[in-house]
Structure formats: C-alpha cells, structure tokens
Design a protein around this ligand. Structure first.
Ligand SMILES: [Zn+2]
Length: 258
C-alpha cells in the first residue's frame, strides 16, 4: 500500500472513531474531554461545556432549579407600571453589590448598604427578581444560596426537637450572597424569632448581601397597613426590623407594593 493511501485510511479510521465517541458523549465538541484541540494551529482551549458544567453545579449548590434559571432580569415582565420601578431598584442594587470583600479584624465587611427588601403580594415577581440577582452574583463568583424561609423555619423547629443541626440555617449563615425567600409568611415561635435574629445580626455584622422577599410590610412609619397581612416585621420583632431596615440603607433598598 502506498504511504498516501495508508495515511488516508488512518484518517478515515480516526474520523469514524471520533464520530462514535461524539455519539456516545454528552458534549459533541470535546467528547467529554474538556479540551478542544485545533489540529491545524496545534493549539488547545477549554471547551464551552466545562463552563456550562460549572454553572450547572453552582446553580445546584445555590438551590436554583433549571426552571428558575429562566428567571433573569431580561425575562422580567412589565405587567404594571410598578414593575419597571422594581426592576430599576434591582438593577441599582446589582450595580452597587460589592464584588470584593475587605477583611477587617478577621471579618468580611462592606462599607455599602448591602441588603435588599422586596415586599409585595403573591405574583408580584419578587422571587423572580431575587433569583435574577442571585444568578448575577453566581456569575460574579460568589457563594450564593436561595433559601425558602417556610422550609427553613420548619427545619429549625424539627431540629430543635431532635437536637440536630439545621442544615439550611447553617447554609444561610455561610453564604456570601443569600436570598431569604418568603420570610415570615407565618408568624414564627419565639425560638424561631431568636434564630432569625442571630442569622440577620450575623450577616449584618459581616456586611453580607441578603435579599429578602416577603408578603409582609417591614412596618416603617407613615405607611399604609397591608390588609391581607396586617402584622408587619416590626410588630413581630423590633430588633430584627431595625437591623433589616438599617442594612437596606434605611430604605434605599426597600421596595414595597401592596
Ligand atoms: Zn465539551
């Protein structure tokens, strides 16, 4: 066999092998190797699927489901004039969200207002915006957690009786950026209130960004009561209310619409 024929045969075998590998693998570009080699320029680069895998892992770690990943700032719908105000506040918050943290006496701290309060009735798009912000924070490399407070409150109560460590609560303490979704939907027991105070106080002291969504009003002066949920956060616990309000820049990052 001539050398040229032999080389052609080898190349055909290689292409056929590659084809089989591509069919079997999750990524047809790199056949799950993670690297793409350019045979002409003899250079290699990281395959896009590696970044996709990182995003998938980080979304999973943050408790953001594939369906929730569609909840971005771009997909936020403007059904009422108030929605454009909501989005503007979220954008302002994202623009000012600290990208790096200064260590001060062994603690992380930010000098800016670092929390956001989104209050409103069900279906207002509060969780959508909070998840959109969480996704931006993930892209900036933060350790992010989205926690449903109804489930976390139930876990705190369960763990109190079994003497176990509440996992979700610990995750909420540790996250750099935290979304506390649907906080104080029900009026919690004094024990849960104390645990939430510890969590809020810890995060305020460290200056860690926390985004709250709630069907209740904070309870600031001069505002109308929410007829569906007349009990405000201030009514439930003045200390928690004071810390949340202060960390939201005394109202700079407070959005309430009922
Ligand atoms: Zn790939």
């Amino acid at each position: 066999m001539r050398l040229a024929d032999l080389l052609q045969q080898k190349e055909a075998e290689r292409v056929s092998q590659l084809h089989t590998q591509q069919q079997k693998s999750n990524c047809p570009v790199c056949c799950d190797r993670g690297m793409v080699v350019d045979r002409t320029t003899k250079t290699s680069r990281t395959c896009i699927c590696i970044f996709e895998r990182i995003v998938k892992r980080k979304m999973g770690e943050a408790n953001i489901t594939p369906k929730e990943q569609l909840q971005t700032l771009d997909s936020f719908e403007f059904r009422k004039p108030v929605h454009s105000q909501m989005k503007q506040l979220a954008e302002k918050y994202i623009a000012n969200m600290p990208t790096d943290y200064v260590m001060h006496q062994g603690r992380i701290c930010t000098t800016q207002d670092h929390c956001l309060w989104l209050g409103g009735a069900t279906g207002m798009g509060k969780s959508h915006l909070a998840i959109a912000i969480a996704q931006v924070a993930i892209a900036s490399g933060h350790n992010v957690k989205v926690i449903n407070c109804v489930r976390m409150f139930a876990e705190i109560v369960d763990c109190f009786s079994t003497n176990e460590k509440p996992k979700m609560y610990q995750e909420a303490m540790d996250a750099t950026v935290l979304v506390l979704d649907d906080i104080f939907k029900q009026k919690p027991s004094d024990f849960v209130i104390q645990k939430i105070y510890d969590l809020v106080q810890w995060r305020v002291q460290l200056g860690l960004p926390t985004i709250y969504t709630s069907e209740r009003r904070l309870g600031n002066k001069g505002e109308e009561a929410n007829k569906l949920n007349p009990t405000t956060i201030k009514d439930m616990d003045t200390s928690i209310w004071r810390r949340i309000r202060k960390s939201c820049g005394d109202g700079t990052y407070v959005f309430e619409y009922f």
